[in-house]
Design a binder for this molecule. Structure first.
Ligand SMILES: Cc1ncc(COP(=O)(O)O)c(C=O)c1O
Length: 382
């Protein structure tokens, strides 16, 4: 058995059996028994001793999650705030952003809802130059950023609509040289690619490649920048003293889900980030090779792109929404319909996305390719 197959087996055994084929981890992964049990156990404890007492008891587990996330981002001294997800993390950050709001540099493939949050906080966009596949053109970006300095650079290291892995370490180095803050959206990157680039801010989501519960996210900020943030909901003078991070985190929270996320991060570290990343890259490569010849579709990513996200564009009029619905209804195969709103400045039409996690096999991907042929024919005839 290869190392990838052994990891697949462990990942599969650790969670409930799947109903059909789950190729949708970029939306939401399958949690493990331990993660589900940890969250359930916390909820039981809340019922036994009271929610606030249980939260105090969970503090070390939550701190372990913060430390794991900071380490995975290469920001060991960062302060980490729990959020309800990635968008909430960006919103909290920008709500407290220190300087006059002027301009943010980002890629044309920026996630649509992020563009909306940036605009809502008063930032104009400066689009960074790209290569033909939407990947950052680093040298051109260096000239552009030097000539016209934004307040900060925002990089979505792996997008929602495409499996291209952006050159995060190189951009982090460039931003360091130019003295520009780098903010990284690692919603799709955390778990799939190495995020340890030491950005100024990294935020992410529990439910995707780390396979934690829904409704949890994290925001890691370097301490110097954290001190300069002014939380939108600042603690009133009469309240007990609170750090900036505590003020950002203030509010009601599903502590059980945060405990589950901490456990998921611990499990991910125990599997070995490199091993999981290698397995996911392997699955991306297998996906693209089995899908290369499916009539009516064109695979967007290069075969060897090191991510498990593969997107397919219809070339003969297939309808990604109808195909996604048919696959689920007729074959119990879960995929994603990706509409243009995911990357409104880059996408010209909707796509079909698959995003298998580590327990998917080559045979599963063959099954999907055959089902896609059937779905394309059935939905064209309908
Ligand atoms: C690249 C990217 N950024 C941000 C988000 C938003 O994450 P959340 O739903 O946790 O707010 C997503 C969700 O799919 C995403 O794919």
């Amino acid at each position: 058995m290869s190392a990838g197959d052994a990891l697949a087996e462990r990942w599969r055994q650790a969670r409930p059996p799947v109903a059909g084929l789950h190729l949708d981890s970029a939306a939401c992964s399958r949690q493990s028994f331990s993660v589900i049990d940890a969250a359930a156990q916390h909820a039981r404890y809340e019922a036994e001793v009271g929610g606030y007492v249980a939260a105090e008891a969970a503090a070390p587990a939550l701190d372990a999650g913060r430390a794991a996330f900071a380490a995975l981002c290469g920001m060991p001294d960062a302060e980490v705030v729990y959020t309800t997800g990635s968008l909430n993390a960006l919103d909290l950050l920008l709500g407290g952003w220190p300087a006059d709001r002027r301009k943010v540099a980002c890629l044309p493939g920026e996630y649509g809802p992020n563009l909306a949050v940036l605009a809502a906080h008063g930032f104009d966009r400066q689009l960074l130059p790209t290569l033909g596949d939407g990947r950052l053109a680093l040298d051109d970006a260096a000239f552009a950023l030097e000539a016209d300095r934004p307040d900060f650079v925002h990089l979505t290291a792996v997008a929602s609509h495409c499996g291209v892995v952006q050159p995060l370490p190189m951009l982090a180095r460039l931003c360091g040289e130019l003295g520009l803050p780098l903010v990284v959206d690692a919603a799709q990157a955390l778990g799939q690619v190495d995020c340890a680039a030491g950005a100024d801010v990294t935020y992410s989501t529990s439910r995707k490649w780390i396979a934690g519960p829904r409704g949890v996210g994290v925001l890691a900020v370097r301490p110097e920048l954290m001190q300069r943030l002014s939380p939108r909901l600042a603690a009133p003078e009469w309240a007990p003293a609170a750090t900036v991070a505590q003020q950002l985190e203030f509010g009601e929270a599903n502590v059980a889900a945060r405990v589950g996320f901490s456990v998921a991060l611990g499990e991910y570290l125990a599997y070995g980030p490199e091993a999981v990343r290698a397995r996911l890259a392997e699955l991306g490569s297998i996906s693209r090779s089995v899908l290369a010849d499916v009539p009516g579709w064109s695979v967007i990513e290069e075969a060897e792109e090191p991510s498990a996200i593969t997107t397919l564009a219809p070339v003969d009029g297939a309808d990604p929404q109808a195909v996604r619905d048919w696959l689920l209804a007729e074959r119990r195969i879960l995929t994603t319909y990706a509409g243009v709103q995911r990357a409104p400045l880059e996408l010209t039409g909707p796509l079909l996305r698959i995003s298998p996690h580590a327990d998917t096999t080559a045979a599963d991907l063959e099954t999907f390719a055959e089902a896609l042929i059937a779905a394309t024919a059935a939905t064209a005839a309908a």
